[in-house]
Design a protein around this ligand. Structure first.
Ligand code: UT7
Length: 339
C-alpha cells in the first residue's frame, strides 16, 4: 500500500439550501381519446368489465409520430411556466420512463436540448410507475445538498408502443402522457423524507416480455410489457398501505392533516382499498384521474396532481401524500406541500 507523500488538500464541498419544495407542475395529455370499446376490438372483454375491474372509462394514446421527448418537453415547459422560471435556470433534469424506445441515449438530454435547458445535467431513471416519486426524492436531496438549484422531474410514458393490444391481461390498462414538476429552494420543508424500497425477487410480475437479446437471437415477438395482474394487485393492496403510513410518520403528520391523497393511478380498486386502509377522513381529496387517463405509469402521479390543482379539488399550498409502485418491484412515498 502506498502512502501519500504530501499533505492531502481538503476538497471543497457543496452546501445547499435548508429546504426544497415543488414550485410548479405541468402536464401533457395526448389528443386521441381511446374508449374501452375500441380496446375490446382486439381482446375478449367488455366496456362494463373494464370499468368495474379498473375504473377506466377512457385513456389517451399518443399519435404515431408523437414521442416520449415531445410529451416530456410539453409538460416540462408548462411546469417551468407555472414556477415562473425559464429553461436556462434549470440545473438538472431527471426523466422517469420505461418507454423511451432508445436503449441509449436517454431522453432527458434531448428534452434539455429541445426546451433550451442545456447544459443542464440530464439523465433518465428506470423505476417504472414509481419513477416520478423516486425523481422527487432525488431532486429534494440535490437541492438540499447543493448539487442543483432548480431540478425538473419528469414522468413520461408512451405505453401504447409497449402494450400488446391482444393481451387480455394488460391491453385495457395503460395510457400515454407526461407530467413534470420543478423542485427548488424553499424557506420551509416542502418534501418530506421518502419511504422507498424494492422487492426484486418479484421482477417477473411486471416485465418486458422478452429481453432485447432474445429479440435479436431468437426472433421472438415485440417485447411488450406483461403483468401478472392478480399478484401485483394483491401486493399493491396489502404492502403499500404500511408504506403510506410510514411516509406519514416520517413526515411527522397524521392522515387528518392531509388535504389530498395522490396514489399511483394503477387501478381504481387499488385506490379505494388504500383509502379504506389508511382511514382517510372525508375532507381528504382523492386523486381519481385514472377514469379518463388510464394507468400512465411514471406520468400518473404528476398528471393527477395537476388535475386536482387545476380543478380546485386540492388546495395550492396544501399537504398531499403521494405514493407510487410498480415494475421492479419498486415503490416510493412522500408527503409534499402542493405548489
Ligand atoms: O401500474 C403498475 C402496477 N400495476 C397494477 O397495479 C395493476 C394491478 N392489477 C390489476 O389492476 C388487476 O389485476 C387487473 C385489472 C389487471 C385484472 O383484474 P383482476 O380483478 O385481478 O382480474 P383477474 O385476473 O383476477 O380475472 C378475474 C376474472 C377471470 O374470470 P373468472 O376466472 O373469474 O371467470 C378472468 O378470466 O376476469 C376474467 N378476465 C377478463 N374478463 C374480461 C381477465 N381479464 C379480462 C378481460 N376482460 N380483459
Amino acid at each position: 500500500m502506498t502512502t501519500i507523500p504530501r499533505q492531502r488538500p481538503t476538497l471543497s464541498s457543496t452546501s445547499g439550501t435548508g429546504h426544497a419544495r415543488i414550485l410548479g407542475i405541468g402536464g401533457y395529455r395526448p389528443e386521441r381519446v381511446v374508449t374501452n370499446d375500441e380496446i375490446c376490438e382486439n381482446i375478449d372483454s367488455s366496456d362494463q368489465w373494464i370499468r368495474e375491474r379498473t375504473g377506466i372509462v377512457t385513456r389517451r394514446f399518443a399519435a404515431l409520430e408523437e414521442t416520449v421527448v415531445d410529451m416530456a418537453s410539453a409538460a416540462a415547459l408548462e411546469a417551468l411556466k407555472s414556477a415562473g422560471l425559464t429553461p436556462s435556470q434549470v440545473d438538472a433534469i431527471i426523466l422517469a420512463t420505461v418507454t423511451h424506445p432508445y436503449q441509449t441515449p436517454g431522453a432527458a438530454p434531448m428534452v434539455a436540448d429541445r426546451i433550451g435547458a442545456t447544459p443542464a445535467a440530464a439523465f433518465d431513471i428506470s423505476a417504472a410507475c414509481a419513477g416520478y416519486c423516486h425523481g422527487i426524492a432525488l431532486a429534494n436531496d440535490m437541492v438540499r445538498g447543493g448539487s442543483a438549484r432548480f431540478v425538473l422531474v419528469i414522468g413520461v410514458e408512451k405505453l401504447s408502443d409497449f402494450t400488446d393490444r391482444t393481451d387480455r391481461g394488460s391491453a385495457f390498462i395503460f395510457g400515454d402522457g407526461a407530467g413534470a414538476a420543478v423542485v427548488g429552494p424553499s424557506d420551509f420543508p416542502g418534501i418530506s423524507p421518502t419511504v422507498w424500497g424494492s422487492d426484486g425477487a418479484r421482477w417477473e410480475t411486471i416485465s418486458q416480455r422478452n429481453s432485447w437479446i432474445e429479440v435479436r437471437d431468437q426472433h421472438v415477438e415485440w417485447p411488450a410489457i406483461t403483468m401478472a395482474g392478480q399478484s401485483v394487485f394483491r401486493w399493491a393492496v396489502y404492502s403499500m398501505a404500511p408504506i403510506a403510513h410510514a411516509a406519514l410518520d416520517k413526515a411527522g403528520i397524521k392522515a387528518e392533516d392531509l388535504d389530498a391523497f395522490i396514489p399511483h393511478q394503477a387501478n381504481m380498486r387499488i385506490i379505494d382499498a388504500l383509502v379504506k386502509q389508511l382511514k382517510l377522513p372525508e375532507h381528504v381529496a382523492i386523486a381519481r384521474d385514472i377514469a379518463d387517463t388510464g394507468n400512465t405509469s411514471a406520468a400518473s402521479v404528476p398528471l393527477a396532481t395537476k388535475r386536482m390543482l387545476d380543478s380546485g379539488e386540492a388546495p395550492h399550498g396544501g399537504l398531499a401524500l403521494q405514493i407510487a409502485f410498480g415494475a421492479g418491484l419498486v415503490y416510493a412515498a412522500q408527503v409534499i406541500v402542493l405548489p
